[in-house]
Design a protein around this ligand. Structure first.
Ligand code: FES
Length: 69
């Protein structure tokens, strides 16, 4: 699965806060790290079950940026 597929932007990645993949990508583009993203969205501050999904997504975003740059 391509975590960065634009078709997945509306997929909720954190069910506790309702944070979507697209929101994570937007905040990453604003140079927000995982802590900042958590504070802004409330993701990872509930059950914590989304932490690895979000970490994987941030890693994929960073890799994509590395390739593009
Ligand atoms: S699913 Fe993200 S904190 Fe519970």
């Amino acid at each position: 699965m391509n975590l960065l597929d634009p078709n997945l932007a509306d997929e909720v990645i954190c069910t506790c806060s309702g944070t979507k993949r697209g929101e994570i990508a937007e905040l990453f583009a604003q140079d927000k790290d995982m802590d900042a993203i958590s504070r802004w969205t409330g993701a990872i501050s509930g059950c914590g079950g989304c932490e690895w999904d979000i970490a994987d997504m941030l890693k994929a975003l960073a890799e994509a940026e590395g390739k593009a740059g």
